[in-house]
Design a protein around this ligand. Structure first.
Ligand SMILES: C[S@@+](CC[C@H](N)C(=O)[O-])C[C@H]1O[C@@H](n2cnc3c(N)ncnc32)[C@H](O)[C@@H]1O
Length: 284
């Protein structure tokens, strides 16, 4: 271990500087994540089944029509897509984790559900005028860095039919993001990040100008190999979200509160849902 490297790692990274490794598509970590998604007792990676169903029933009441075409971005193992397919909608799920999509495909086949799944990065989405509703659930919008956020919003706008709706949840300004900040370490004999032994150095740092909190996880393996995972979590005021989506052409933008009663991870008050509408085609 070269301590000089750790002096560099321990200094404050410039805002949005990427890590060296990614988590969701990592062959080993994605297996641990799948187990977390599928644990019905915790609100991590995916929310609990009762919360998922109440969220989708709320959406059915306010936006869905019979036969709607729905795209779930970051669908994980298909917990939302399966419920929607069971209600008769035409459903597509996209996720970067081959492991989650493999599970979702097998599960849909066993249940006789005709869901289309794609293993891909949603930054590469190319669809045009294809969906009535696009979902991005579990505050995933807020972990996109600005450049990726712009790309994803452009992709979603293009992929929606005129009159279609983009539904996403985000941490709002009740969430005490500025209070984040700590450093801790752990030593494990194989666990979430790696199969073999590793030292884990974790920290959170707040960047006030961008209202973003960095969660950094530095994983040092027995052979000295080091992986740095960085997650940039934003909290937004409603007017900021409105500006972001309107810049991409969305015309209507409604906010909905307290959609997630009894959530363990983030309180219901801290999460708002946004429904952003692509304008209907005008003219004769
Ligand atoms: C917090 S989980 C939420 C999963 C699902 N929406 C749910 O609530 O059950 C985030 C999901 O987004 C996926 N993901 C992350 N970045 C992605 C990207 N760039 N393209 C496609 N999927 C991505 C991850 O693999 C993971 O399944």
């Amino acid at each position: 271990m070269k301590l000089n490297d750790y002096i560099t790692f321990a200094s404050r990274p410039s805002v949005y500087a990427p890590g060296t490794s990614t988590m969701w598509d990592d062959e080993y970590i994605s297996k641990q994540l799948l187990a977390v998604h599928l644990n019905p007792d915790i609100d991590l990676a995916s929310r609990k089944p009762s919360t998922i169903i109440s969220t989708l029933q709320w959406l059915e009441k306010i936006v869905l029509k019979a036969g709607s075409a729905i795209l779930d971005l970051g669908c994980g193992p298909g917990l939302y897509t399966e419920y929607l397919a069971e209600q008769g909608y035409n459903v597509t799920g996209v996720d970067i984790s081959a492991h989650s999509i493999g599970y979702a495909q097998e599960s849909a086949q066993k249940k006789g559900l005709g869901i289309t799944y794609r293993t891909m990065d949603y930054l590469d989405l190319k669809d045009r005028d294809a969906f009535d509703l696009i979902l991005m659930i579990f505050t995933d919008f807020g972990v996109l860095v600005p450049k990726a956020r712009e790309k994803v919003l452009a992709n979603i706008y293009r992929a929606l039919k005129p009159g279609g709706v983009f539904c996403f949840d985000f941490l709002n300004d009740s969430f005490p993001i500025a209070e984040e900040g700590n450093r801790e370490w752990e030593i494990c004999n194989g666990d979430f990040w790696k199969k073999g032994p590793y030292l884990l150095l974790q920290e959170k740092q707040f960047y006030p100008e961008q209202n973003v909190c960095l969660s950094q996880h530095i994983v040092v393996e027995d052979n000295g190999e080091t992986s740095i995972y960085r997650f940039w979590t934003h909290a937004f005021k409603h007017h900021h979200i409105r500006e972001l989506v309107e810049k991409h052409g969305f015309t209507g933008c409604d906010f909905h509160e307290n959609i997630l009663p009894n959530c363990q991870f983030y309180s219901s008050d801290d999460i708002s849902f946004c429904l952003a509408v692509k304008q209907e085609r005008t003219g004769k």
